[in-house]
Ligand binder design. Structure first.
Ligand code: FPP
Length: 224
């Protein structure tokens, strides 16, 4: 049976859920945050070491300002209210993506990372202002600057995920089958699960079903 060290998730479908049930995309994001908390709990319970969540892509800046502000307010409140819980639960928070937000949010993100840096039960990588293509370009530029060889290992060593194993599993909810510029390098050999359910409807039982299905897959990594 395959062990699971790292799960990555594209949490898609908040907007559609919000429109369908509350006539507001933003209320879909609020509901989506409840799913985030449930999935963190289930990840801890299943002793998985790394959870990477796609919360805001470099392309999401194209959305209306009101929705962007709502999302970042939700994030701020989450960090302010939940950081002590994360510490208690031995969870380390790491932001992946370019931290070029307001100085207030940047400070809060840095502080949250600092406060949890020693924690070791679960590492949550929160992808914010994240784009995989720009991550790979930055890695190549770093390699060039240091006059190193372009190799798989040098590229991996210069990504945000340099210290952690690649995802075993990628889950995308929301009934859409695409990668949306998420972890393109790191997902080379991950098992991908596309879920019909919208993110706010995704429950622990769905997550466990995916984890169990993954455990049974024969992973060849190019071998036979
Ligand atoms: C994609 O759904 C979701 C996002 C762009 C935001 C994800 C945010 C959360 C789950 C809540 C906030 C999380 C934290 C950690 C504070 P979509 O809006 O693209 O949905 P749609 O495809 O139905 O429009």
């Amino acid at each position: 049976m395959n062990s699971i060290k790292h799960v990555a998730i594209i949490m898609d479908g908040n907007g559609r859920w919000g429109i369908k049930y509350k006539k507001s995309r933003n209320l879909g994001h609020k509901e989506g945050l409840k799913t985030v908390e449930k999935i963190i709990k289930a990840t801890l319970k299943n002793k998985i070491k790394y959870l990477t969540l796609y919360a805001f892509s470099t392309e999401n800046w194209k959305r209306p300002k009101k929705e962007i502000n709502f999302l970042f307010n939700l994030l701020e409140n989450f960090l302010l209210n939940k950081i002590s819980d994360l510490i208690k639960q031995n969870i380390k928070l790491k932001i992946i993506g370019k931290k070029n937000f307001s100085s207030k949010l940047n400070k809060l993100l840095n502080l949250s990372e600092k406060k949890t840096i020693q924690n070791s039960k679960l590492q949550i990588n929160l992808a914010l202002n994240y784009g995989s293509k720009s991550e790979i370009i930055s890695a190549l530029n770093e390699i060039k600057k240091n006059k190193l060889k372009i190799s798989e290992s040098n590229i991996s060593k210069n990504l945000y995920t340099k210290t952690i194993p690649d995802p075993d599993i990628l889950i995308r909810t929301g009934n859409t089958k695409r990668l949306s510029n998420f972890l393109l390098w790191q997902l080379a050999y991950s098992e991908i699960f596309f879920e019909k359910k919208l993110w706010p409807d995704f429950i622990e039982k769905d997550y466990i079903r995916i984890l169990n299905n993954f455990k049974k897959i024969k992973r060849n990594f190019g071998n036979i």
